[in-house]
Design a protein around this ligand. Sequence first.
Ligand code: KG4
Ligand code: ZN
Length: 335
Amino acid sequence: MYILGFESTCDETAAAVVKDGREVCSNVIATSVAEQALYGGVVPEIASRRHAENISAVAEKALADANLTMADIDAVAVTFAPGLIGAVLVGVNFAKGLAYAAGKPLVPVHHLRGHIAANYLTHPDLKPPFLCLVASGGHSHIVLVQDWCRYQILGRTVDDAAGEAFDKVARTLGLPYPGGPSVSQAARTGDPHAYRLPVPHVQGKYNVSFSGLKTAVVNEVHNAQQRGETVSVPDMAASFQERIAQILAKKLLAAAADNGAKTVCLAGGVAANGRLRQLVNDGVQKLGAKVYLPELKYCGDNGAMIAAQGYYEYLDDNLADWTLNGLPTLEIDYR
Ligand code: KG4
Ligand code: ZN
């Protein structure tokens, strides 16, 4: 079964064809990230406009790269929530129009479910149940994936998302957007123990909090400036990365141990972080469980992950009618 999947919740306009939820036939991404970097973050209006300009070409290329036409496609999947609403609506309306015109079923996909499904593309033997940390620019959740379309949230951030914290710290240190890759890059030559950053205390055993950590970095930089000194960017980047990766890994491993998880995964843009991958990989192996990490190219937003989850949503009879709307917020366990 061939699914054509669309993703447009942030600054990537993406379309992909995936066979039976596992085999990527094409994966096309147009991104406005370079333009957004000029402003130090995503300007929603710009994201929406670039989606509107690019989505037809991205769709055509996804079909052409897969050597298929709409006649070969069995269903159209689209991210309908959560995300920047103007951006989401471009994908939803394009997918809806295409599915309507071609007489194909329309499958609504939750963005974070898509991120989790990125793991199915890399690991043919992976199947629920498993435990997953989903960390992106807007969300940080520890989720028990009970079945293909059944989820239980065990923990979450009580303030900033992990990716958001990377982006804000990057800005404070004068590093470019997006912050994850630029902080990681700067951290390579830094000392992770140079700055003692706080470990946040938060209610809820598997919850996390990053706003205090971010403020500690901001204060450290400002205090240094007032003393006429400068903070070492590589050392601060490394110290911050070490702290946030330790926090995320510790909570995930505690949830894995307490719940007797046999399989643990990472998902979302922050899953590309090398230090986090290393800590989770080592920690899960120590627990005697299996660890699955998504390929780097499927960590960030893409259409293939949406088409992959779309396959399982289709099998679960989660189909949309022509009134499908986009939503800016929606819990992963909405259904
Ligand atoms: O999942 P994603 O592509 O989009 C959202 O759904 O938000 O995640 C984007 C986030 C950004 O905040 C970005 O800074 C972060 O993922 N990110 C990283 C890395 N690569 C991207 N964070 C840490 N380390 C990375 N290597
Ligand atoms: Zn995402």
